[in-house]
Ligand binder design. Structure first.
Ligand code: FES
Length: 183
């Protein structure tokens, strides 16, 4: 009798456990199904991701020239520096700078890897009030902002005028030897 009662109790417990487990699983699946559409909505669509990056073919830019490309609606300078422009930028690493920064640090790729000295990728809005500086002008032959006279060197560092900061590097990576992806 005692054995029979024990068996029944054990059987009840097992059945109850099964019900709890079954209900628990159903709840978990329900939660997963409910959450998934929200998670999916938060992922940017592929076409949005594509718009957030800009690929640039470097082979079309000769040394001593730059092009301006648009990245997320903002202008970006892609400058192919000459050996003289690189030497000038590195020589002034220890000059009196309003916004001190080494040239090499301004070339780094988004993943932290070193850039290439001849390629400088900078956001193109003057850090004063946002005008677009003109190429290779000013006493340092970097950029000159005609709006209020800010002068940038060949590393895009502010050297004189009202702009408070260097032209900020744009996030980029080399996809291969002759192309980069911005963003
Ligand atoms: Fe460039 Fe004022 S916006 S100096």
């Amino acid at each position: 009798m005692a054995d029979a009662t024990g068996d029944t109790h054990a059987e009840d417990t097992t059945r109850r456990d099964f019900i709890f487990i079954a209900v628990g699983s159903a709840a978990a699946i329900g939660a997963a199904v409910t959450v998934w559409p929200f998670v999916d909505q938060m992922n940017p669509a592929a076409d949005t991701r594509a718009l957030s990056t800009t690929e640039v073919d470097l082979s079309a830019i000769p040394p001593g020239q730059q092009i301006k490309v648009m990245w997320q609606g903002k202008p970006v300078f892609v400058r192919h520096r000459t050996p003289e422009e690189i030497a000038s930028a590195v020589r002034d690493d220890y000059a009196q700078l309003k916004d001190p920064q080494f040239d090499a640090d301004r070339l780094k790729q988004e993943d932290g890897q070193a850039g290439k000295a001849e390629w400088l990728i900078l956001q193109a809005n003057c850090t004063h009030l946002g005008c677009i500086p003109t190429f290779a002008e000013g006493v340092y032959h970097g950029w000159f902002c005609p709006c209020h006279g800010s002068v940038y060197d060949t590393s895009g560092r502010i050297r004189s005028g009202p702009a408070p900061k260097n032209l900020p590097p744009a996030p980029y990576v080399f996809m291969n030897d002759t192309s980069i992806r911005i963003g």
